[in-house]
Design a protein around this ligand. Structure first.
Ligand SMILES: [Zn+2]
Length: 88
């Protein structure tokens, strides 16, 4: 009996995030309109993402983080701003 089965190795390889594809990011809206926390952008596979978050493309994620009208913050766990090259 091998310690790691072939199926487990395959799942590990295919489970890698595909961040270049549309929907690779997620936008988590405010809980309520008057909630103090701004919307939050996540990388698609972030475990901190709430269920209400919707899938967005990299371009939409970049806009959400850079447009003052949206005012979204980058999740501090998955750092989509780093992924998008928004931080120097
Ligand atoms: Zn996140």
């Amino acid at each position: 009996m091998p310690a790691v089965s072939a199926s487990e190795r395959r799942r590990e390889r295919t489970g890698r995030p595909q961040r270049a594809q549309p929907g690779a990011y997620r936008l988590e809206p405010k809980t309520r309109p008057d909630h103090p926390r701004p919307p939050c952008v996540h990388v698609g596979d972030c475990t901190m993402t709430q269920r209400s978050a919707s899938g967005i493309s990299a371009a939409e994620a970049r806009l959400a983080l850079t447009q003052p009208a949206v005012g979204a913050e980058a999740c501090e766990f998955c750092r989509p701003d780093t992924e998008l090259g928004l931080t120097e």
